[in-house]
Each structure stands twice: as C-alpha cells, then as structure tokens.
Design a protein around this ligand. Structure first.
Ligand SMILES: Nc1ncnc2c1ncn2[C@@H]1O[C@H](COP(=O)(O)OP(=O)(O)O)[C@@H](O)[C@H]1O
Ligand SMILES: [Mg+2]
Length: 145
C-alpha cells in the first residue's frame, strides 16, 4: 500500500490512522534515509496517542520510553547499532514488554519484518513531500484498509 504524504498535515493524519490501530507487541518499522520523516511520523503517532510535550530524537539515547500512554511506546533509533546483538544488550526485549516499538533504522537492529505484528513503513522523498510504502505482517492484515 502506498500513502502520499505531501506535507506535515498529511504526516499528522497518517500518524493518527496508525495510532488508532496499535496494540501492545506491535513494531512500526520506519525505514528510509536521513530526513525522510521517520522521527516526524513517530512524533505524529505519539501525539495521536495523547503524548504532550517534547519527543526528543533518540539518536543518542537510542531508546526513549512513553510508559503512560495506552498502549505504552518505546521509540528507538537504531542508527548507531552495528547489529542485533547490541539491541539485545541494551535490553530491547524488556523495553518491548507490553509496549509498541517505533523503530527508526530497524535494519540496524536486525530487522523486524519477520514478526507478524510488524508494520513496515518505508519513507522516501517525493518532491516537497514524502511517500510511504506500507506493508503489514499477518497480525496487521485485518487492521489495514
Ligand atoms: N510529509 C512531509 N512533507 C514535507 N516535509 C516533511 C514531511 N515529513 C517530514 N518532513 C520534514 O523533513 C525533515 C526531516 O524529518 P525527520 O523526521 O527528522 O527525518 P528522519 O527522522 O527520517 O531523519 C523535517 O524538517 C520535517 O519537517
Ligand atoms: Mg530521525
């Protein structure tokens, strides 16, 4: 499925659509190069779940948690990881317990596409806006339009 995201308002709307469908255990795997909108979409999803205030980019902390949301969210940027063993070392499984994982640079953590609850969103630049190519795992099929 392809979604046109011509501007930030479209990004907000897309974030709301995703947020309304999230369940604990999900991964939203946000791929795409620098500046394609991974953090912007993460912020839109968190805002739609009711988060107020800052959403720091987790580039340096790698994981930021939002435990008071329903469902709780762990927002990760795996750019600085070498491979999935480092993701294990930082306790990713614990962060994911009962939560949704929003994962930027998912391939740097070994990738999540094999998980049934993974929603893959590949972002790319399209003129002044963005294009999202969306593919859901089996646990997403009934949730996609
Ligand atoms: N759909 C969109 N249309 C236009 N600009 C966008 C869109 N989504 C994000 N941007 C802009 O792109 C820039 C980079 O976004 P960011 O989310 O930080 O990218 P990434 O996390 O993928 O590196 C920001 O200035 C943001 O406002
Ligand atoms: Mg980012």
């Amino acid at each position: 499925m392809k979604v046109d995201l011509p501007d930030l308002a479209a990004m907000e709307a897309f974030g709301r659509r995703i947020a309304a469908r999230l369940r604990p255990g999900d991964v939203v795997a946000l791929s795409g190069g620098l500046g394609t909108g991974k953090t912007t979409l993460s912020r839109a999803i968190l805002a739609a779940l009711g988060h107020e205030g800052e959403v720091p980019s987790p580039t340096f902390t790698i994981v930021e948690t939002y435990d008071n949301l329903n469902p709780p969210v762990a927002h990760a940027d795996f750019y600085r990881l070498e491979d999935s063993s480092e993701a294990e070392q930082l306790g990713l499984d614990d962060y994911r317990e009962g939560a949704v994982l929003l994962a930027e640079w998912p391939d740097h953590a070994g990738g999540f596409a094999h998980e049934p609850a993974c929603l893959q969103i590949a972002l790319e630049i399209a003129g002044d806006g963005r294009l999202a190519v969306v593919e859901g795992g089996s646990a997403w099929l009934e949730r996609m339009p």
